[in-house]
Design a protein around this ligand. Structure first.
Ligand code: ADP
Ligand code: MG
Length: 684
């Protein structure tokens, strides 16, 4: 269906224009009101040409001296003009013939643009331009500049917004009592100011979005987000779950056989989880902690609690490799207690898998570990009480919630999500408002921090030498191949080439290769060989990014580190430094480095703490990367800034539950204002 038809017109707007507006996510009159300026231009003042400063946008008024279309160096319109203070040259590479005709000598122009020193003196390229009458007054207010798209002029957008403001003056969704209590400006007033800043307004705060008018908009946006997420939370919370109270019968035994004591953070998180699981409504908790913070054992304790209450549990991971790691670890722990863990993998023989499924179905096995897909599709759990989902951010909201009613008795399993990507506090407070969050903010003791080195890839040979030395001393190493986003085939080829090259350069070592295209069974065999020390050097694509745990590996080389994201580099680096020996992570980079690549490597080089890195990442890239699969259907923020608007986030978080409980009509009005026509996306 052509886009124009699909969108259709509305409010006197034809289908073609509606289609363009839809590209800006404007789908109805309300959206026009909330289509707020990106910035403002000051056309209330004139700058004398002699005072115009390079790089500072300004408005000048000049009288045309000449206007000529010249052919060299390429066809362009060159206009010369002057005011009392000096001369200015305007250049237009694209222009309508109509424009050239208007610019007769003696015409008076107002131009707005960025002056620069050119060959002919001061010039502006493609300034905004208007022919004016000699005494035409200057505008009284700043000129809004709206986000726009091809085929939609600023002036057209301005007219649409103005017409809408006049035709349907906005109503304030918040009652006056609430506004007064929070010191909020009325919404109609805020919108009026932002669309038509009055003369004399404090310009800096308008541009930087600190003005009270902006604060009101941002508060409402955050409030709408909180309300929608809290309602989704409440809807899930209204379901039933089997209470799984802790008896300690099994968990105490695990704690007794573990070779370590829990950290304080692990104990706290476990208590929070234990309390949720004892309830009659499904737990919806996110356990987040930096790489290596020890989430697995907390998950194992939760699984044991389910078993203590006579229920089964499943742990799912996004990849076979990760699932296998979990299986090894959990099976090792539970073996010691004489408990059986069922392993479900795409790589295992059909017969084996069927046997596992039968044991689960018969209730003979209480624990299952496997990939998400397998457990989703195949497992008939008669008594599933707890589902643990690792690396939850890799699954969509919908996917993670599609595991439901496996018990068949109207009860939902308790859900524990785990994420190794530390989520900055403000992000957790806003985008994760539909989950309870436990944080492991403490690493187990006895870890030696990883030493990070930045090395230009012209010094590869030295790096190969370091690998040789480390492996000779009985240590193991990873060599991570470059990420090639455009082409999986190229990425694979590079991995194969790198492997061959390293085999030749290091004939005395056992060099293994691991990449995403290998059969699951081969991957598992290679990982197992590396874990057992049969492989010295493991060449890998980013399939090892998450969860791999080989304590003897103390050296990691990452090629073309500048291509990786911060979170990814941090995750990769977390694969070493798991033992007590000093570990090294070498980031090989190719010159020349882009400014952004340099900034990213600097952050990784300077920071070890995943939360600090995540904050930088949030600053460099915005929340989209974190929210990832979650975002489909989640209200993104257009105006509020997670770093600068902490106060507003906190207020919105406090108000949302109060409104939902005491004033649902207002909560509805706020949602309608922000998500009209998009409700289908919410409440997954
Ligand atoms: P992650 O949070 O990245 O999933 P893991 O659960 O894989 O971390 O734990 C990393 C390593 O630390 C594992 O080898 C695990 O056995 C070990 N570990 C976990 N908790 C502790 C602790 N309290 N003290 C010492 N080692 C621990
Ligand atoms: Mg893990």
């Amino acid at each position: 269906m052509p886009e124009g038809r699909e969108v259709g017109g509305w409010g006197g707007i034809g289908p073609q224009l509606a289609a363009r507006l839809a590209k800006l996510d404007i789908r109805g009159p309300h959206d026009l009101l909330l289509h707020l300026p990106l910035r403002y231009e000051d056309e209330t003042r004139l700058t004398a040409i002699a005072e115009a400063r390079e790089g500072d946008s300004c408005q000048c008024q000049l009288t045309v001296i000449s206007a000529d279309v010249v052919a060299r160096p390429r066809r362009q319109l060159v206009v010369r003009g002057a005011d009392d203070s000096g001369e200015l040259v305007l250049r237009f590479l694209n222009f309508y013939p109509q424009l050239a005709r208007q610019l007769t000598p003696g015409a008076i122009l107002r131009v707005f643009g960025e002056p620069r020193r050119g060959f002919f003196g001061v010039e502006m390229v493609h300034p905004r331009l208007r022919v004016v009458a000699p005494q035409e007054p200057l505008p009284q207010s700043l000129t809004p500049v709206y986000p726009s798209t091809a085929g939609l002029a600023q002036s057209a957008l301005r007219k649409l917004v103005d017409a809408e403001l006049r035709r349907h003056p906005p109503r304030d969704p918040l009652p006056a009592s609430l506004r007064d209590r929070l010191g909020l400006m009325a919404l109609p007033e805020a919108l009026e100011i932002l669309h038509h800043p009055p003369p004399g307004i404090e310009q800096d705060s308008l541009q930087s979005r600190d003005h009270r008018a902006w604060l009101r908009i941002k508060f409402d946006e955050l409030l709408a987000q909180q309300i929608s997420l809290r309602r989704a939370y409440a809807a899930r919370r209204a379901r039933n779950a089997h209470p799984l109270p802790a008896s300690g019968a099994l968990s105490d035994r695990l704690l007794a056989v573990l070779p370590f004591a829990l950290t304080g953070a692990q104990r706290r998180a476990w208590q929070e989880i234990a309390a949720d699981m004892a309830g009659t409504h499904p737990m919806q908790r996110l356990l987040q902690g930096d790489v290596g913070s020890g989430k697995t054992v907390v998950a194992a304790l939760a699984m044991l609690q389910a078993a203590e209450a006579g229920f089964q549990s499943a742990l799912m991971a996004p990849t076979e490799i990760l699932a296998e790691q979990h299986y090894r670890k959990i099976a090792q722990w539970l073996d010691a207690l004489g408990l059986e863990v069922a392993w479900l993998s795409g790589g295992q023989k059909k017969r084996e898998r069927r046997a596992m499924l039968e044991r689960l179905a018969a209730g003979e096995a209480s624990f299952a570990v496997g990939t998400h897909a397998l457990i989703e599709e195949m497992v008939e759990f008669p008594r599933l009480g707890l589902a643990v989902v690792d690396e939850q951010h890799r699954f969509g909201v919908r996917q993670r919630l599609s595991l439901r009613e496996k018990g068949g008795d109207g009860c939902h399993p308790h859900m524990l999500m785990m994420s190794a990507t530390p989520i900055p506090r403000t992000l957790a407070m806003s985008f994760y408002a539909d989950l309870d969050v436990s944080v492991l903010d403490e690493l187990p003791p006895g870890r030696t921090p990883v030493v990070t080195k930045l090395v230009a890839d012209s010094r590869r040979d030295e790096v190969v030498g370091r690998v040789r030395d480390a492996c000779r001393q009985g240590r193991q190493a990873y060599w991570v191949c470059p990420l090639i986003e455009e082409s999986e085939a190229l990425e694979l080829q590079t991995a194969v080439d790198t492997h061959r090259h390293l085999c030749e350069a290091l004939p005395e070592l056992a060099v293994g290769l691991l990449h995403g295209r290998m059969k699951a069974a081969d991957k598992a065999a290679t990982m197992a060989a590396f874990a057992d020390g049969a492989i010295d050097l493991l060449v890998a694509t980013t399939v090892i990014e998450v969860g791999v745990d080989v304590a003897n590996a103390s050296l990691m080389v990452i090629e073309h580190a500048e291509r990786f994201g911060l979170a990814q580099l941090h995750q990769l680096r977390g694969r070493v430094g798991r033992g007590s020996d000093e570990s090294v992570c070498i980031l090989l980079y190719a010159r020349p480095l882009s400014a952004n690549g340099r900034a990213r490597l600097k952050v990784i080089f300077e920071n070890r703490d995943g939360f600090a890195i995540a904050r930088e990442d949030l600053r460099l890239r915005g929340p989209g990367e974190f929210v990832g699969a979650r975002q489909s259907g989640l209200p993104m923020l257009r105006f509020a800034d997670l770093e600068r608007d902490v106060m507003l986030i906190e207020r919105a978080r406090n108000e949302a539950p109060r409104l939902i409980r005491d004033d649902p009509a207002t909560a509805d009005a706020v949602l309608a204002m922000w998500f009209a026509g998009r409700e289908g996306l919410l409440g997954a």
